[in-house]
Structures are given as structure tokens and as C-alpha cells.
Design a protein around this ligand. Sequence first.
Ligand SMILES: NC(=O)c1ccc[n+]([C@@H]2O[C@H](COP(=O)([O-])OP(=O)(O)OC[C@H]3O[C@@H](n4cnc5c(N)ncnc54)[C@H](OP(=O)(O)O)[C@@H]3O)[C@@H](O)[C@H]2O)c1
Length: 415
Amino acid sequence: MSCHGGYEINQLLNSSPHAGELELKVQGAAVQHDRQWLITGATGFIGREFVRALLQRGEPGNQIFLIVRGKQGVTSRDRLFAALAPILDQDAIHSLQVVDGDVRNPHFGLDAEDWNRICESSHLVHLAANTSFTATIQEARECNLLGTREMAQLARECRDRGNLKHWSHVSTAYVVGDRTDLIHPGDLRSGTQFRNCYEQSKNESEHFLKPCLTEFPLTVFRPSIVVGHSRSGAAGNFNTIYWAIRSYLSGQMKLYARGDTPLDLVPVDYVVDAMLALIDRPMAHGMTLHLAGGKSTTISLLEFAHKICAYLDSPLPDIQNPARLKILCRLLSFARLSAKRRRFIDQAQSYLPYFCQNPQFDIRLTETLLRDSNVAVPQLDQYLPNILNYCLEQPWGRRSPIPGTGYGQKNVAHG
Ligand SMILES: NC(=O)c1ccc[n+]([C@@H]2O[C@H](COP(=O)([O-])OP(=O)(O)OC[C@H]3O[C@@H](n4cnc5c(N)ncnc54)[C@H](OP(=O)(O)O)[C@@H]3O)[C@@H](O)[C@H]2O)c1
């Protein structure tokens, strides 16, 4: 039986005789005080939405510090502005305190003054990660494992100074590699292999954090495949599932997949709202929690493809044996290709495992902890049109609609 922060999971899940006790504890969410937040990954897909949701709560006394790195001659501040300007007004962005740092470095590369300042934090949210499925193990560990260690160092100092109230670590539901069974939160056993170094480094980070779950008010959040906002459809990037759909619809690639592969998708606003609600639930501290759609929203890849094609008036996909893509890629590895073409093939290969087999995720613990909140996973049919409309409006992340396909021209109203 798994044990999290002193509470046994089955005790939480059983509706009797402990349900009443749980409800009492869950309702007794932490009282709000002035908070100093320290957030990493604010320029990313989930991080932007997290910062927006936090600001939208309009809680007085919130001070928000963000660790952002400069890149290619652009300062951290300018990069943050560019990332947040489409979703936040200027005043809101100006209320944020940008700290120039890189999570791979000791103390995030901050000088003593800045480090001391962030040691005053009451709430830590670690979202920064190298999320590339083609990263080498060295690259993935450098950011994901070392970054987690630095965050643990910060958590320790915040705690020792009497400031720490909560620490959120954002992992992934796919830490378990190529398993195909139902995964319970906190289960870290990997299958026969990891599908990429990203998964491996995230798994290693969770192993590193295991003792911290009892020492700190830490919650490890494991989202599944995160898609855009359930109402606006807005997505921070067009990677993973978006890349695959776009490549198929534009005719760049056939749909190499196993039709019965389960897909667990979750909209970004659910991830963020659930995190914000759970941070305030002492019962969630010391736990690892899935932020996934779970059984009721998981669908087969074939069914998902049919829904998309039906909505976009596209012909139904002819699913190809994934082994053919592997052979094709092997043959192409000997060919002389442009860097762009090579990148495309590498990407296709890196996503392929997720179209062949996936685990499913047990979300009962998360649902139980969120029971008296108004945060619940929406059904895919409710939000998929919004996601697709946004893709059409943004031509799937391209500057102009891809010529020669019908999907960029469909005239649809916002849901
Ligand atoms: N999106 C999903 O479907 C999904 C699913 C499960 C779990 N997750 C987890 O959720 C978290 C956020 O994911 P995401 O989709 O928002 O990722 P993302 O869009 O790729 O953003 C990653 C963020 O991490 C920052 N970062 C990367 N390396 C850094 C470094 N060395 N120093 C400082 N910041 C650094 C990036 O900053 P730059 O702008 O400077 O690169 C960016 O803000 C990650 O931990 C990821 O593993 C995501």
C-alpha cells in the first residue's frame, strides 16, 4: 500500500467509514495569508496559464517572483513580456518580479542578494523543464534533475527560515515509461524502458524527491497530455499531439499508430485550477497526484482521430502500421536530407511511441481531494471544438494556413 505524507491512499479513497473525516479535512483548506510565490517555467505553456490564473484570483498580498532566463541576446524581462503580453495586460505583467536565472545552475545562477530574496518565498512552483522528446540524457538531466535539486535546496532554505508553506513540483504522468496498465499516483516503477530521456529524467527527479514528500509540504503533480484552454482553446505551443494532428492533416505524414492506443488529454486550465486548489489543501501536501482526464475522458486514438476529422470535414484517416514508420526512418537515416527535414523525422519518431501504447491514469485521489471545489475535469466533447477552432485561427502555429488543405478555411464560431 502506498503511503503519502502519513495518509494511506486507500483510506482516502474509501467512501466509508473515513469519507466524513476526509471531507472535514478537505473543507478545512488553508487560510489565506500574504504570499510570496517563486515560479519557474513562466514562459512555457503551463507556466503562462498558471501566472495568469494566479493574477486573476486578485488576492491582495501576493508577490510573484519568476525565474526566467535571457536567451539569444533577449533579456529575461523582454522574454517574459513577449510570452505574457498576449494573455495579460501591461499592468498585470508589471506587477511581476523577474529574476534572471537558469535552473541548471547552483542557486539558479543568482547572486547572494537575489537568492536571499527568493528564500523569503512561501510558495514554490517548479514548472521549468527541458520538455524536448529528442533531448539527450545529459541535456534532460541537466535541466530536469539538477533543476529539481536546486529547487529542493531553495525549499530547504525557505523552510529553515520559517517561510515555506507549499512546494509544487510539476512532473509528468508518463514517468512510468512504456507501461500499459492503470497507474496509481506515486507509482514510480517504469516499464521495460523509457520512451525518451525526458521521461527518464522526470522519473529520476521523482525518485530524488521521494524523501522530500515526508519532509516538506510538497505536492508532486503529474499532468498527462496537456492541451489548450477548455473555453478559449488557447494553447501556448503546438507541440506533441498538435504537431501530430497538423502533420497528418497537412498531408506531411500518414497516421502511423495503433488505433486502440488510449489517449489521456487534459486542458491546461484544469491543470492550473486543480494545482491552485490543491496547494491550499493540507491533505494534498506530501502527495503525488495525477492531473489527468482519467477513465471517463480517455479515448482510443482511432476514436479521437474520427472526432477531429468529423469536426474538420476531413476524410477519415487510414491508420498505418507504426513498424512502417520505423523502417522508413531507418532508411532515411542514410539519406541526405535538409536539417529541417531531419528535424521533422526525428520529431515523428519521438512522438510515435505515444501513438502505439500508453498507460492509463488513476485520478480518484485527485478527484477526492477536489470534491468540494468547483474544479473538475471537463469531458473531451465539451472542449474539443474550442481547441480545434483555436488551431484553425492560429493555423496550427504557422503564420499562414498550410496551402492545399481544407482545414485552414473552415468557418467556425468560438465555443
Ligand atoms: N505540456 C504538457 O503536455 C505536459 C505534460 C505533462 C507534464 N508537463 C510538465 O509541465 C511542466 C511545464 O511544461 P510546459 O508544457 O509548460 O513546458 P514548455 O512549454 O516547454 O516550457 C518549459 C518552461 O521551462 C523553462 N525552462 C527550460 N529550461 C530552463 C532553464 N534551464 N532555466 C530556466 N527555465 C527553463 C522554459 O523557459 P525558456 O522559455 O527559457 O525556454 C519554459 O518556461 C514541465 O515540467 C513538464 O515536464 C507538461
